[in-house]
Design a protein around this ligand. Structure first.
Ligand code: AMP
Ligand code: MG
Length: 335
């Protein structure tokens, strides 16, 4: 705490003393402070060569829920997890020969690879928005690399802007857009454009998002053309979530806004009114906690429901704060 007070007296921070955030020069002491904040589940503004990210411990579901809340995203789009190296990435995702080649050639750099999650992947399911895949990137920015090395765990980080606003390419942009967030000052982002995203889930690598690396460079590396996002619904849902109404769907049928489950239903509760025996997204009725539990609990209950041939029934979730994103996901899953 004392360290933080001292930091607030740096000239840049003093100018913003009526706000709670600080622009932190990337000194060893400040990097250490950021690691402590990340360990405590807090969010940090992270410089990368693409844009500034809003970073959190990718293994901490509540911290990930805080990212969505801070960005005021009305939907749970999956997030990119940042790693220090290909070696670290291999422990999280399964790299096929194409993914290996792309990572070996373009990492560290503005390339995100979507790969299957390793069975024991410690990244929270909310980062993947319930999908079986994970988006990984090794950033080149030295401050991002330093923080990742010190932290030792993957950092989930979408762009550090509220939904619908321009992505930040300076620490000062983050300070203006998200005044409550401490941001490490890594100068101007060299690329200033989001990463290119390639899907490597099977033999055909898929062009998912244009960004800081050109299609031609990637195709030259692979020695083959990239596939465009398939139009087939099921594949699209897996590769380009957000483009389709049906995104993550449990196998069991899902009924929403249920107060009392019938005998052939398994109840997923919310809040203190739920029966004590039922699974509960947040017994205290906290939407951020509920968001952090959503995909993990749906997956677990779905398996039970399929095994016992039952339907899933979800109690009403209030439509404010993260409730909007939770309801959006549940409605898509119920279709
Ligand atoms: P950003 O806001 O830059 O973090 O954007 C993240 C984007 O990465 C999302 O909009 C998704 O389209 C994409 N993405 C992340 N994870 C996955 C995944 N598992 N499968 C497909 N796309 C993903
Ligand atoms: Mg963004």
């Amino acid at each position: 705490m004392r360290l933080k007070n001292r930091l607030l007296k740096t000239p840049r921070a003093r100018k913003r003393k009526n706000k709670r955030m600080a622009i932190l020069p990337p000194s060893p002491a400040n990097l250490q402070l950021c690691v402590q904040q990340l360990e405590a589940g807090k969010l940090i503004g992270l410089p990368t060569e693409t844009v500034y990210g809003l970073a959190a411990d990718a293994t901490n579901g509540e911290a990930i829920a805080a990212i969505y809340a801070t960005k005021q995203r009305p939907q749970f789009n999956p997030l990119i997890s940042h790693v220090t190296s290909l070696e670290m990435a291999r422990k999280l995702g399964v790299f096929n020969p194409q993914a290996e080649k792309l990572a070996a050639t373009f990492w560290p750099g503005p390339l995100t690879l979507v790969v299957p999650r390793q069975p024991d992947c410690p990244i929270d399911p909310l980062v993947s928005a319930g999908l079986e895949s994970i988006a990984l990137r090794c950033p080149a920015h030295p401050v991002a690399q330093d923080l990742l090395s010190l932290f030792g765990k993957p950092l989930a980080a979408p762009s550090a802007n509220p939904s619908g606003r321009l992505s930040p390419s300076l620490a000062a942009h983050v300070a203006d857009l998200l005044p409550e967030i401490d941001v490490l000052d890594g100068g101007a982002c060299a690329i200033g454009l989001e990463s290119t995203i390639i899907g490597c889930l099977d033999d055909s690598s898929v062009w998912l998002r244009a960004g800081g690396l050109s299609r031609g460079d990637i195709e030259a590396c692979l020695g083959q053309r990239l596939t465009d996002i398939p139009t087939d619904d099921e594949k699209t849902a897996k590769l380009a979530p957000g483009r389709l109404a049906s995104h993550y769907a449990p196998q069991a049928k899902l009924r929403l806004n249920v107060s009392t489950a019938s005998d052939d239903e398994i109840l997923l509760g919310f809040g203190p009114d739920a029966p004590a025996t039922a699974a509960n997204l947040s017994p205290r009725g906290d939407l951020q906690e509920a968001a952090s539990q959503l995909f993990a609990q749906l997956h677990a209950l779905d398996a039970d429901a399929v095994a016992s041939n039952k339907t899933l029934a979800v109690m009403p979730i209030p439509q404010h704060g993260l409730g909007e994103a939770i309801n959006d996901r549940l409605q898509r899953a119920a279709r």
